[in-house]
Design a protein around this ligand. Structure first.
Ligand code: PHE
Length: 481
């Protein structure tokens, strides 16, 4: 079964762990997917529901994945097999592996588009183009068949190269340096977008909730967006947590990663919607091409737009890469640990399989544009299946597993690092360690106890029930009953 200790790479530093986990969470989900899903789902009200889901369901699911992964120190399938031998629980791992393939397929489509936009930025392909031309450039690329496939394959190969060389020396190192740049650029994009004439409508759209736009489908897609963006529900974070050292503070890490993820998503919204309104575009019309049709216009109207455009798409590609490795790692860790296949071999198998599914997805707007289910093309079907079906289902089973199957003491030990973990410093506001009295410590302990109980309540009752209702309602099952 497992191939022994030497095959388990691991994360080196605390900062590296946060960067890797945040690197997984922050990606196309925040910058590409979030704005267009918000656009389709009516803006502010969706945003509120999404934030509520991140807080109440997302963080507990993330923490549960951390608990499973670090406890078992195995891949997503092996972890369930180890903690719950001779049960059906490992099926949850299988769902995760299926989800990984589906997500990899459509993720690499969009990441490929991003790479193409790096190229277009370098050759100054948007020079002098008006909003209409920018849209035409995008659509003709999207529907051109071979080009997007080319870039998709390049992206999958880039992911594979990093995966083969292991996590620590590749992505951990670079994401620590590059992610902060992405944040800086995003801030300057927000400022430019906000100062365009006619931008106010965008802010109103994003922040002013109009609850008449909420339907059960919209609620489900807020849940799907929360899970997708946080990388939860498919074992990516089980796999990453299996590389965490024992001293990692799991609750704090899950909190920090989620916070970073949400902030970046909102910033992306602030960069996109004001610009859209300034350009006179309708939010619900963008679809998956939204940022590719809006942002080049913003770049053109910025001083140094040429450089900013290149930098933005390069950084977005990197953000995509730090996420896609966490998706591919789910499959590769599974193949190496469960079948004893060497890392390079496992990576090649994964690449071939992912590219195969992925190509169909990329050709959704050209060769296979007539293949559809309802009014969804292949791309939409894959995205919907993964985000709104597999991730919620996986998340549900994960919390039930931690809440009901695992021993409470086991969960508690994992969350408190065998009781050693004393402080959640910034959350409770004790900044000066030396001046703490015994009384302070008692208070901290009481607070921690409450937090554990709250967590337990959420993962045992609230989260499973809420996810089940949202899911059944969203796919229309409750109504038809
Ligand atoms: N969270 C990533 C993003 O926002 C995508 C992802 C989903 C990564 C699921 C891992 C698992 O882009």
């Amino acid at each position: 079964m497992s191939v022994g200790k030497e095959s388990r790479d691991g994360f080196a530093s605390r900062f590296g762990i946060v960067c890797a986990a945040a690197g997984s969470a922050i990606g196309l989900g925040n910058i590409w997917r979030f704005p267009y899903v918000v656009g389709e789902s009516g803006g502010g009200a969706f945003l509120l529901i999404y934030l509520g889901f991140v807080l109440l369901l997302g963080i507990p699911v993330m923490l549960s994945e951390f608990v499973i992964g670090r406890n078992a120190k195995r891949n997503a399938f092996g972890a369930f097999k180890k903690i719950a031998p001779r049960t059906l629980w490992p099926v949850v791992g299988i769902i995760g592996i299926v989800a990984a393939f589906v997500i990899l397929a459509f993720y690499s489509t969009i990441a490929g588009w991003t790479l193409h936009y790096v190229y277009l930025s370098v050759v100054n392909g948007f020079k002098g183009a008006d909003a209409l031309t920018v849209t035409e450039i995008f659509v003709s690329f999207q529907t051109s068949g071979a080009f997007p496939v080319f870039w998709q394959i390049i992206f999958i190969l880039l992911t594979a190269i990093i995966i083969i060389s292991g996590v620590k020396k590749g992505i951990e190192k670079y994401s620590k340096i590059l992610m902060p740049f992405l944040v800086l650029l995003l801030i300057s994009l927000c400022i430019r977008s906000l100062t365009l004439p006619g931008s106010v409508g965008g802010l109103t759209f994003l922040f002013n909730p109009d609850f008449s736009k909420i339907s059960s489908t919209v609620v489900l897609s807020a849940l799907g967006q929360a899970f997708f963006s946080l990388s939860i529900g498919m074992g990516a974070l089980i796999t990453y947590a299996s590389y965490f050292p024992d001293r990692t503070n799991l609750p704090v890490t899950s909190f920090q990663v989620s916070l970073a993820d949400v902030i970046i998503a909102i910033m992306a919204g602030v960069a996109i919607f004001p610009a859209m309104f300034a350009l006179g575009m309708l939010p619900e019309e963008g679809g998956p091409g939204l940022i590719f049709m809006v942002l080049p216009n913003v770049f053109q109207q910025m001083p140094g737009g040429y450089v900013v455009s290149i930098a933005f798409f390069v950084l977005l590609s990197i953000a995509a890469l730090t996420s896609s490795i966490s998706i591919m790692e789910v499959v590769v860790a599974f193949l190496t640990e469960e079948f004893g296949i060497k890392r390079p071999g496992a990576t090649i198998i994964t690449v071939v399989a992912a590219a195969f599914v992925g190509i169909f997805c990329t050709l959704s707007w050209s060769t296979f544009e007539h293949v559809s289910l309802g009014n969804r093309n292949i791309f939409d079907v894959l995205d919907f299946t993964a985000s709104n079906v597999l991730l919620p289902l996986g998340g549900l089973l994960i919390v039930v597993f931690v809440g009901w199957y695992m021993k409470q003491s086991q969960v508690k030990d994992e969350m408190t690092n065998m009781g050693i973990l004393k402080l959640m410093v910034f959350m409770i506001g004790y900044y000066t360690r030396d001046t703490r009295t015994d009384e302070d410590y008692t208070r901290i302990r009481v607070l921690k106890l409450k937090m554990f109980e709250v967590f337990l309540f959420i993962i045992r009752f609230l989260a499973p029930i809420a996810i089940a209702i949202i899911f059944l309602n969203g796919i229309g099952l409750i109504k038809s009953l």
